[in-house]
Design a protein around this ligand. Structure first.
Ligand code: CTP
Length: 213
């Protein structure tokens, strides 16, 4: 199978030296790429800025902003059998990017932000037979919010984690998740390393492609 896997944060620049971002380490996405390559699959790894070495055997496409990531994902989408969006895409970007370093001035300044496109939701509208897997990073009402994302993004699988719980979330090496399939059936997976979780997700996707598509 051909996989598109996204990883890491995006950066939304305010001026050439400052940006809005989040602490995503990229570990989950890189673990997914490693697991898919390990199972003999083709991988395009579209990655925001992270401090991780490339994965041998995966094609690395580095991107910076959400708009860059959307362009890279869309350009590879027609050839993909599965897309796994593990990137922590910034939902908003500054409306204007200052061309020069912003000088300090008064006691307060305000920043106008505009919505970024929802990359996965756009894919959901044209998915065809391509398998779509999303993540759901939540701190409250995990189940309700995750089921809403499953539907609105037209996903085959969504992996929900409580990013405020110990042992789960952005920067650590472990994750505890509940997954929901297309019909909304839930399955709680035990706490495991991101490598084991990644392999389980890749295996799920490969089995699904064989039996359901
Ligand atoms: N996602 C995306 N494009 C965005 C935002 C999110 O493709 N602009 C993807 C993420 O990669 C993830 C899924 O959508 O697979 C859910 O992301 P998450 O941040 O949990 O939720 P949002 O849809 O952004 O909603 P909210 O921030 O309101 O919880």
């Amino acid at each position: 199978m051909k996989f598109i896997i996204t990883a890491g944060p995006t950066r939304e620049f305010i001026d050439p030296f400052r940006f809005i971002s989040n602490p995503s380490s990229g570990k989950m996405g890189y673990a997914l790429a490693r697991a898919a390559v390990g199972r003999g699959q083709e991988v395009i790894l579209i990655s925001g800025p992270v401090e991780l070495p490339p994965i041998p055997g995966a094609v690395l496409v580095p991107v910076i902003s959400a708009l860059d990531m959307r362009e890279a994902v869309n350009s590879h989408f027609p050839y993909a059998d599965a897309v796994i969006m593990s990137a922590a895409v910034a939902d908003y970007r500054p409306e204007d990017k200052f061309l020069h370093k912003l000088k300090k001035g008064g006691a307060e300044i305000s920043l106008q932000l505009v919505r970024n496109p929802d990359i996965l939701e756009e894919l959901g509208q044209k998915k065809g037979d391509t398998i779509l897997v999303g993540f759901s990073a939540e701190t409250e009402n995990i189940i309700d919010n995750t089921l809403k994302k499953l539907k609105s993004k037209n996903l085959d699988l969504i992996i929900a984690n409580d990013i405020s719980a110990p042992g789960s979330g952005f920067a650590g090496d472990t994750n505890q998740v509940i997954v929901f399939d297309r019909r909304g059936m839930a399955d709680q997976w035990p706490m495991m390393s991101k490598d084991n979780l990644a392999d389980r997700i890749i295996k799920w996707t490969m089995d699904y492609s064989e039996f359901h598509v």
